[in-house]
Design a protein around this ligand. Structure first.
Ligand code: ES4
Ligand code: ZN
Length: 334
């Protein structure tokens, strides 16, 4: 059947993309050389060996060890700009029209890189992409769940001027989910609300249970959930998510690589979410690590479920409607 390409192709929006997760092995090795950084040889030998390692992540934390190490090569504004622009260039070919891009400020400031270098560099690369390719973009900071709540509070406070300027539109939370229930971070979201962060989201239910998605939505009052995969284990919760129009940002290929759906995308609850009327988008998460950018994710879902054209149109339109862009931009995309 129709796969979203060809005649009147789907306009795809991406809401779950970690910019550090677009750092391709090739760029990683090139930046290491440019900055004279000696890569840890137990992790990094050759590009093909690294790509092979990326095909064998045992779980989220196994992946995060590589994800957090690779960023050591991102040092100056130019690096962040180049990273963001390379992503824009790559997804332009995929029919992407709007991107909401995550970054982990603590992962950079913790290595001594100034926050302004990170945000200004990313903004520069995204702007250049907007101009050249007509893709609209927003930046969302994520605090990392593996560091103390105190560190997240500092990261949120430090972002205030960039939020006021409109450079960063929201707060998310990512990294290790194990032993980190959403309720642990209530104060971080309270602070973001006090500081008028316009948008709030959180990684939840990727490895954690449905009950943690429940906590995210009901207790923390967050109406977008990144992954939210395990919400599908709880039918009552799905009905509530549909009623509240909670938006899930699903990442099909990520789920395969991180052993959430070890046998393949066909294990994803996407058909159940459609049946229950839960809104979602399809996303690449960390495309340099998980074997595909946005179009690859769409095509993998199509290969698994062979949805009719009407379903694909609905998925794409839900992605536009669920975007954090202006109504004028939504109208342009619809
Ligand atoms: C992530 Cl797949 C995933 N899950 C949680 N945190 C992340 N950071 C980057 N990718
Ligand atoms: Zn993610």
């Amino acid at each position: 059947g129709w796969d979203g390409r060809g005649e009147r192709p789907l306009k795809r929006c991406e809401h779950h993309i970690h910019i550090e997760g677009t750092l391709e092995p090739k760029m990683l090795f090139a930046l290491a050389e440019r900055h004279n950084i000696a890569l840890d040889s137990s992790m990094y030998s050759t590009i093909p060996a690294l790509e092979e390692r990326y095909r064998n992540f045992a779980n989220l934390d196994d992946f995060l060890a590589y994800f957090n190490k690779a960023m050591d090569v991102l040092l100056d504004e130019e690096d962040f700009a180049a990273l963001a622009f390379a992503y824009m260039q790559r997804v332009h070919a995929d029919g992407l029209v709007h991107a909401e891009v995550f970054f982990d400020p603590q992962a950079h400031t913790g290595r001594g890189v100034a926050l302004s270098v990170v945000v200004n560099g990313l903004k520069k690369g995204l702007k250049q992409g907007e101009l050249e390719f007509g893709i609209s973009t927003e930046l969302i900071m994520c605090f990392v769940k593996h560091l103390p709540v105190e560190s997240a509070l500092e990261a949120v406070a430090e972002m205030k001027p960039f939020v006021e300027k409109g450079d960063v539109i929201g707060l998310g939370a990512d990294s290790s989910e194990k032993n980190n229930p959403p309720s642990k971070f209530a104060a971080v979201y309270s602070l973001a609300r006090e500081l008028h962060f316009p948008r709030l989201t959180m990684h939840s239910g990727e490895e954690g249970p449905a009950d943690w998605v429940r906590q995210t939505v009901f207790d923390l009052g967050i109406n977008r959930v990144d992954h939210g995969f395990h919400a599908a284990d709880d039918e009552k919760l799905l009905e509530e998510l549909a009623r509240r129009e909670t938006f899930l940002t699903l990442c099909p290929l990520s789920n395969v690589r991180l052993q959430v759906t070890p046998e393949g995308v066909h294990q994803s609850p996407i058909p159940l979410l459609l049946a229950k009327g839960v809104k979602f988008s399809l996303n690449s998460d960390d495309p340099a690590y998980f074997g595909g950018y946005i179009l690859d994710n769409y095509l993998a879902v199509h290969a698994a479920f062979n949805f009719p054209k009407s379903t694909w149109r609905r998925i794409a339109q839900n992605g536009i409607d669920g975007s954090w862009c202006s109504d004028a931009r939504k109208a342009e995309l619809s």
